[in-house]
Write a protein that binds this ligand. Structure first.
Ligand code: GAR
Length: 198
């Protein structure tokens, strides 16, 4: 059984998609052991609580330095003996020592077709604002392994989503979530849990 930790910062709809997929048997051989947020107000923590999954907040604001926060985050992750860390809307830079320790065991979902609209400054709605501004006709989502760069690790899964006339960033964000993100992230976990990733 793959022990999964999900790191979140906000609403947690991707977390919900993972929990639903496990409950419905679309993801097998995996269990979410803990949900960790940097943001005490993240609704994702509530979703974890509703599912009787430990919900932990490690906020940078509670620490005197970034190093101390990074250390605490790593210690929290370590304490659950995780096989896979899933960044599901986690908007904090993952500490390098964590990336090193969990190499090829951290995945991230990004709401565009990488390498478009990714890297520093591209997160959440900003990604969709940029896609609309550029006038692309197709966008989508990407699941990738996390390395030291920003959105630069090996790509595991991608799915394209159409941009439609009249789209606002919010409408496009919702379509990308529904048609791509909420499918891709559970699918990636299922692949890893069942040894279908080489
Ligand atoms: C998702 O759209 C996710 O792809 C994005 O944040 C949102 C979180 O929503 N992540 C990034 O932009 C990472 N660069 P959620 O909390 O409802 O899952």
């Amino acid at each position: 059984m793959l022990k999964v930790g999900v790191l979140v910062s906000g609403g947690g709809t991707n977390l919900q998609a993972i929990l639903d997929a496990i409950d419905e048997g679309r993801v097998t051989n995996a269990a979410v052991e803990v949900v960790i947020s940097n943001n005490p107000g993240a609704f994702a923590l509530k979703r974890a609580g509703n599912h009787k999954i430990p919900a932990v907040c490690v906020s940078p604001k509670s620490f005197e330095s970034r190093e101390a926060f990074n250390q605490a985050l790593l210690e929290t992750v370590d304490s659950y003996g995780l096989d896979l860390i899933v960044l599901a809307g986690f908007l904090v830079k993952v500490p390098e020592m964590m990336i090193e320790k969990y190499r090829n065991r951290i995945i991230n979902i990004h709401p565009s077709l990488i390498p478009s609209f990714c890297g520093v400054g591209y997160y959440g709605l900003k990604v969709h604002e940029a896609a609309l501004k550029r006038g692309v006709k197709l966008t989508g989502a990407t699941v990738h392994f996390v390395d030291e760069g920003m959105d630069s690790g090996p790509i595991l899964l991608q799915k394209a989503v159409e941009v439609l006339p009249g789209d606002t960033p919010e409408i496009l964000q919702r379509r990308v979530m529904e048609e791509a993100e909420w499918q891709l992230l559970p699918q990636a976990i299922d692949m890893i849990a069942n040894g279908r990733v080489s």
